[in-house]
Design a binder for this molecule. Structure first.
Ligand SMILES: [Zn+2]
Length: 309
């Protein structure tokens, strides 16, 4: 495959994995992924990376030929270990993961071409990652089609990471960011709003699964009401999100707690008291106590659409 195809495939590959495993996506990380995706072609002096390291590239090409040692599992493992050794002291292991996945994506992409990839070099048997009749010829019209398809997929997977729920993949690839954005965009406003439920793994010392409703969100965190209690959930405490669901639409109003109590509005046990501390369900708090501590506290009231004027 050509360099640009390797780049878009690596970004798709990393983007999809990051959406599933909650890895960070930043411009810097994507640059490392793309660099990792070019490195195996250092055995080809006419490739972009080969031109950059021309003497080394010529030497490897003369001694081993193209798609041999630098396209093997051993090269990938060695590169991963080396990048870990560089990234570990800096405290940025995700850089090493990004590099490793970039390189791996290169081997997979070359394994979709007619020539295949000698994953177990010096064993010269080529390995293919798709049925051989579907493999494409490098630098052909077919590769252009592959390039266009993966450009589209790369943009959408990276987008899925940020946008989360918008995509049809949202239930297939739920993430912390997706869950928080879902709440901020659909569950957090007055008027038509949704209640947002999520199941995730939460780690504080040790890890366990939590299932509950998001009842508040701030910068890089949300508040989760569960049968175990209330949790302030930040991204680094959530290694995995299993699913997120919405219920509704409801008609939502946010009113000062003082007014709600004076007007003796009918409250549901699942209406939420918003204070500067963790938001809580009405049923779990003494409203007079809250008002004493927080005269400015507000209540978010959920009613089935049409039930609240
Ligand atoms: Zn290659």
């Amino acid at each position: 495959m050509m360099g640009l195809t390797h780049i878009v495939f690596s970004i798709f590959f990393y983007g999809a994995t990051a959406s599933i495993f909650n890895l960070p996506i930043t411009r810097g990380i994507l640059a490392i992924v793309a660099f990792g995706a070019l490195v195996p072609d250092i055995d080809n002096p006419t490739s972009s990376i080969g031109m950059l390291f021309l003497p080394l590239s010529k030497w490897i090409n003369k001694r081993y030929g193209h798609r041999t040692i630098t396209h093997s599992l051993w090269f990938w493992l060695g590169g991963t270990c080396l990048s870990l050794a560089i990234a570990y002291p800096v405290g940025e292991l995700t850089y090493a993961v990004a590099f490793s996945m970039g390189t791996l994506s290169h081997l997979i992409a070359d394994g979709m071409t007619k020539t295949g990839v000698m994953l177990f070099w010096p064993n010269s048997r080529p390995v293919y990652f798709i049925p051989q009749r579907l493999t494409v010829k490098t630098n052909s019209r077919q590769e252009l089609v592959v390039f266009i398809i993966f450009s589209f997929l790369a943009v959408s997977t990276v987008g899925i990471y940020y946008i989360g729920w918008r995509s049809v993949f949202r239930s297939a690839m739920p993430t912390f960011v997706g869950a928080r954005n879902l709440y901020l965009e659909k569950g957090c406003r007055e008027g038509e709003a949704y209640r947002v439920f999520v199941k995730l793994t939460y780690c504080e010392g040790f890890c366990y699964d939590l299932e509950g409703e998001i009842i508040g969100a701030g910068y890089e965190r949300f508040y989760l009401a569960t049968p175990r209690g209330y949790f302030e959930v930040t991204e680094n405490r959530v290694p995995k999100v299993y699913w997120m669901k919405t219920r509704g639409p409801y008609y939502t109003k946010i009113l000062p707690l003082r007014d709600v109590m004076n007007q003796k509005l009918q409250l549901s046990p699942f209406d939420v008291v918003l204070t500067n501390k963790v938001p809580r369900y009405i049923k779990d708090v003494d409203l007079n106590e809250i008002l004493k501590e927080n005269p400015g506290a507000e209540v978010k009231i959920y009613k089935y659409k049409g039930a609240l004027k």
